[in-house]
Design a protein around this ligand. Structure first.
Ligand SMILES: N[C@@H](CCC(=O)N[C@@H](CS)C(=O)NCC(=O)O)C(=O)O
Length: 268
């Protein structure tokens, strides 16, 4: 039995949940509330010193980092193989989780912060208190980024840069699907590449920003296939609290016109 430390709203937890469901691996979920900062509690930091979700425990061994957890689960458990056999396809497949971890996840964080966290923070604290909060942060680059997003919103240069990264990532995904001929990124085999990307499209759909890829036909068709898969139905419909989803929809509707305008200006 896998002990799966996860958060309901976490995209990286979604990546691991997709593999657990796809391979029908028995698991027990332990909810870590990001809102209540449970991921920074002393007990949780003993498991995951980075203070992030997900984490799994299997046979008494702790594993962190969603992409590495997924590789481990794929190797250790029976069920459909999610990594191609031949070295070339394996190398090509691993590009996608890497892209997600180093580019798409940080860029998506920027859009999510601006859409969801920014208004919540503004409602809870005065500008002066927020300035003090950011100034007190140990991580300088995170402090500068949050301050810029908080006070400049979509006009922050970091917002446009993130949107550019996301659009370019989705364009490269669309191209890869065109080249492989689908139905999955690598062709016939559904792999950890498809797994790694899916929760990010879900996040953008939840915040009403699926227009970012609406002109990318191969990506759009792939996304519809992903949503029909039994492992995916489990992570979307059963997990996200309707009240959370509604809040996301409302905030997303507010921000989409500005995102659309910026996308037009970026011309990519
Ligand atoms: N590279 C890590 C990233 C994990 C991560 O950043 N998780 C987010 C949720 S999707 C988190 O726990 N954020 C809390 C925080 O940064 O304070 C992984 O893939 O597991």
């Amino acid at each position: 039995m896998i002990e799966f430390y996860q958060a309901q709203t976490s995209t990286n937890s979604g990546k691991v949940r997709l593999v657990l469901e796809e391979k029908q691996i028995p698991y027990r979920e332990i909810d870590i509330s990001l809102e209540k900062a449970e991921h920074r509690s002393a007990d949780y930091l003993k498991l995951n010193p980075n203070g992030v979700v997900p984490t799994i425990i299997h046979d008494g061994h702790v594993l962190i980092e969603s992409s590495l957890i997924n590789e481990y689960l794929n190797e250790v458990f029976d069920g459909p193989d999610l990594v191609p056999d031949d070295p070339l396809s394996k190398g090509c497949m691993r590009y996608w989780p890497l892209l997600v971890d180093i580019k798409l996840h940080p860029a998506t964080w920027v859009i999510t912060y601006t859409t969801l966290t920014r208004p919540a923070k503004s409602a809870a604290k005065s500008d002066e208190d927020l300035k003090s909060e950011f100034a007190a942060m140990k991580d300088l680059s995170r402090s500068q980024l949050m301050s810029s997003l908080q006070f400049d919103g979509v006009r922050s240069p970091s917002f446009s840069a993130a949107l550019q990264t996301i659009r370019l990532s989705f364009r490269s995904l669309d191209q890869a699907l065109g080249e492989s001929g689908g139905p999955w990124i690598l062709g016939d085999q559904y792999t950890l590449a498809d797994v790694a990307l899916s929760p990010w499209l879900m996040r953008f759909e939840n915040i009403m920003c699926s227009g970012i890829w609406s002109d990318l036909d191969d990506l759009q068709a792939w996304w519809e296939r992903i949503k029909d898969r039994p492992n995916f139905c489990g992570i979307v419909s059963k997990r996200l609290d309707p009240a959370v989803l509604e809040k996301r929809t409302i905030r997303g509707r507010e921000i989409w016109p500005e995102v659309k305008k910026l996308l037009g200006e970026l011309q990519i």
